[in-house]
Ligand binder design. Structure first.
Ligand SMILES: [Fe+2]
Ligand SMILES: [Fe+2]
Length: 295
């Protein structure tokens, strides 16, 4: 049994044709038994159209997706925006997924004969933030991270804070995401499990170079600030406590490839697709191995 894994397809109108073509090519060539997408499919208002496009690429087989931060974005019609992530899931993604027989991992597991796929969006708990980060001698605070912009001002802002419902601090949303995955992992019981998340749970899967501690005198770029939004470290703590039946962990979000690499008791991979440049891997359940597919 082989599972095709991809992420960050960003199927936006205008740029999606090339990406869908690539997906159809992979499916025709490798004939996977299931298709999994680790988030950033498109945006909330495009949920139905996006899932329909995915289903058209893989008419018969099981499909499981988790959501990404972009999938909560309300690019149009923000006046009618549900005020919470769960509101967006219920209004946009759940009805579309149900009508196309696609498993939304944020809500339920996909049970296959040899494997249970468990997952969810993940969010960021600021656990990968650069310690003691400062701009012009002013230390970055949790309030700065909750606003999405460094204290020095400037125009660059982490755009989730503009387009996603941010009803609560990031850490709280991140904790709720960990709780959801914990519950769904418990429901998988002792079945072999693959965990699919949008945001990386481990530093090794960020795919970006480590940042050395920054001194108050230096002038870090805004990207040092944005590192806080790259993943959910508490999710990694949960996964490290998981039992031996955790076969692997798949993620995306940073648009940087990492792995497949050995994480001790499990294997991790960050798919690393970028806009219009989709990437994928094949998981073989016979050999328990991830293999990256040629682009
Ligand atoms: Fe993305
Ligand atoms: Fe993302």
């Amino acid at each position: 049994m082989n599972i095709l894994l991809t992420a960050d397809l960003h199927l936006l109108r205008g740029t999606q044709e090339r990406t869908l073509l690539k997906l159809r090519e992979w499916i025709a060539r490798y004939r996977p038994d299931a298709l999994v997408v680790a988030g950033d499919l498109s945006s909330a208002p495009q949920a139905a159209e996006t899932l329909k496009n995915l289903r058209h690429c893989f008419l018969q087989g099981p499909i499981a997706v988790c959501l990404g931060n972009h999938d909560f974005w309300m690019l149009e019609d923000s006046s009618a925006e549900p005020g919470s992530l769960s509101g967006i899931v219920e209004r946009y993604w759940l009805p579309a997924a149900a009508s196309l027989d696609i498993v939304l991992l944020d809500a339920e597991n996909l049970r296959l004969p040899e494997l249970t796929i468990v997952g969810g969006y993940g969010h960021y708990d600021l656990g990968f933030a650069v310690p003691h980060l400062a701009y012009d001698g002013i230390l970055v605070t949790e309030e700065d991270y909750a606003r999405g912009a460094p204290p020095s001002g400037g125009t660059l802002r982490w755009r989730d804070f503009q387009f996603m419902p941010c009803d609560r601090p990031p850490k709280e949303i991140a904790r709720e995401q960990v709780d959801g995955v914990r519950e769904r992992m418990a429901a998988a019981a002792d079945s072999r499990t693959l965990v699919v998340l949008h945001t990386p749970p481990f530093e090794e899967l960020l795919g970006v170079p480590p940042v050395s501690p920054v001194t108050a005198e230096s002038a870090p770029s805004v990207y040092a600030f944005f590192r806080a939004y790259l993943g959910n470290r508490s999710m990694g703590v949960l996964l490290r406590q998981a039992q031996d039946n955790l076969l692997g962990v798949v993620c995306g979000h940073t648009h940087r490839c990492a792995g497949p690499l050995n994480l001790g008791r499990t294997i991790g991979i960050n798919i690393g697709s970028d806009y219009g440049v989709p990437k994928a891997a094949l998981l073989s359940l016979d050999s328990n191995r991830f293999e990256r597919l040629p682009e």
